[in-house]
Write a protein that binds this ligand. Structure first.
Ligand SMILES: [Zn+2]
Length: 188
């Protein structure tokens, strides 16, 4: 870039350091023409567009402070939060977009947070997705329960068997299950 003082098209880097969060590099430069010094900042461009339409640079610390509230009293460490924020940023950057809606940042947090702590996830989701009733919680919990194993299938299959046995006609009056039917025929 040009020297901001004399417009000389060349400059020399005299110092280079990463910002504390590692998201950018600051360079101190000196113009070989006029000798004056100036600073530049280099960062991968990623803006978050807020609901108001105003854009601001993506910030891991904002992700962390949002999630930390939901994690109060939970066995979640600062390292866990830092990793989660990193995961969120990587997922967003992987999309290749230079801009993202704040809403999308929230959505990107839900997945990693669910893996980290399910209670914190429910708290975060209840605020973020505007839970309005117990039903909303029940639905979210039902989804969480579906993830580990599909344990409901056998129960559904038993219900289907019951319907088939009723057409046999042997004891049509009882609407009970197949096992109950066999018990009543033993009694008779
Ligand atoms: Zn200059």
């Amino acid at each position: 870039m040009y020297c901001p003082f004399c417009r000389n098209p060349d400059s020399r880097v005299v110092d280079s350091r990463m910002t504390d969060d590692g998201a950018a590099i600051k360079r101190r430069r000196q113009c070989p023409e006029c000798g004056r010094r100036f600073s530049t900042v280099e960062a991968a461009s990623l803006s978050v567009i807020k609901r108001s339409g105003v854009g601001e640079p993506f910030s891991r610390s904002k992700v962390i402070s949002g999630v930390r509230k939901a994690c109060q009293g939970r066995p979640v460490t600062e390292d866990d939060l830092a990793l989660l924020a990193q995961e969120v940023e990587e997922a967003i950057r992987a999309s290749g977009a230079a801009e993202i809606q704040a809403h999308q940042v929230g959505l990107s947090i839900l997945g990693p947070l669910q893996k980290l702590d399910q209670i914190a996830y429910l708290r975060f989701a209840s605020v973020y997705q505007d839970f309005e009733s117990l039903e909303d919680f029940e639905k979210a919990i039902a989804v969480l329960r579906q993830n580990p194993s599909p344990g409901l299938d056998s129960g559904v299959a038993a219900g289907n068997l019951r319907g088939a046995s009723a057409t046999d006609g042997a004891s049509a009056s009882s609407g009970a299950s197949a096992s109950a039917t066999s018990v009543s025929s033993e009694l008779g």
